[in-house]
Design a protein around this ligand. Sequence first.
Ligand code: ATP
Length: 310
Amino acid sequence: AGKAVLLVTHDPYVVEQLSDRTLFVSGGRLVEPEPTPVGHLGVTGPRRESRGEPALRVRGLAVGSRHTPILRDIDLDLHPGEMLGLLGISGAGKSTLARCIAGLARPVAGDICVNGERLPVLRRRTRQQIGRVQYVWQESAAAFDPHRDILDQVSATGIRLRGLDRARARSAGAALLADLGIDAEQAVRLPAGLSGGQLQRAALARALLARPRILLCDEVTTALDKPTAALILDHLDDYRRRTEAAVLWISHDLSSQLDRADRLAVLDGGRITDIGPPVALTGSSGPEILARLLQADSTGDRVQFRPAVM
Ligand code: ATP
């Protein structure tokens, strides 16, 4: 009807789908980005350049008490589109770090910023809505209601967080599940009719349907064989490229999973002891580092590795 609409949003998808022109607010000023090709999700690019801020910024994070610290002095940036692999021996604090970022564990000190917003005190639901942080871990697969159609449950985040109607959410959910190797017939079953690996993928699909800006994956392929796990990683690579979402990937699998990360961070003794590209871990050195990490678990030695490039 010839009306002009000013749409204020964090969501690059909304911008791409609806707007004719985009402006970014940066440091109190309006910044006009370079024109981006139509139909290309480049809108996050200019915003990233103009704001120059990471998707996730963790500073001075500490968890646990003085006598039994779990995490200390954690500084970490996660950039848009980046996959950061987090490794460490069992009990190093990887899940605790992810849970803090997701708002499920409460730090005793430090700041967590998502897309430039400081989020130390927000409840999980608020954080998911504002920052689009999704946390998937092994127990996510067990959280499905065994008596309800799995596709309905996967679609629920699309309805709740993106305002899709049920039909659209189900079709988006089915497409996602298909990408993750689950066909429509499996998708409409009750969870009891699916394998552990299928449920793991359904949990990941449910998180992806929220179109997270930050996806925290905590051992999400443990029930999958290597080719299927590789399919999941391929899908996430594609998702990151299309959306500039950042992925934190927690896994013990150095040789076929963590070497795909842009950077690796080593968590040891509650601190990040090394961070950098996984150059030093590619090829045969991956399993060797893992063996050393596992050995360190039993001997109490601290592991050091130097990434070739920082
Ligand atoms: P894994 O590889 O085995 O999953 P992780 O590196 O993810 O291990 P966390 O699960 O984060 O390690 O646990 C880190 C440490 O924090 C462990 O010593 C654990 O016992 C402790 N911990 C975790 N959650 C709690 C909690 N809710 N209360 C007290 N201690 C906890």
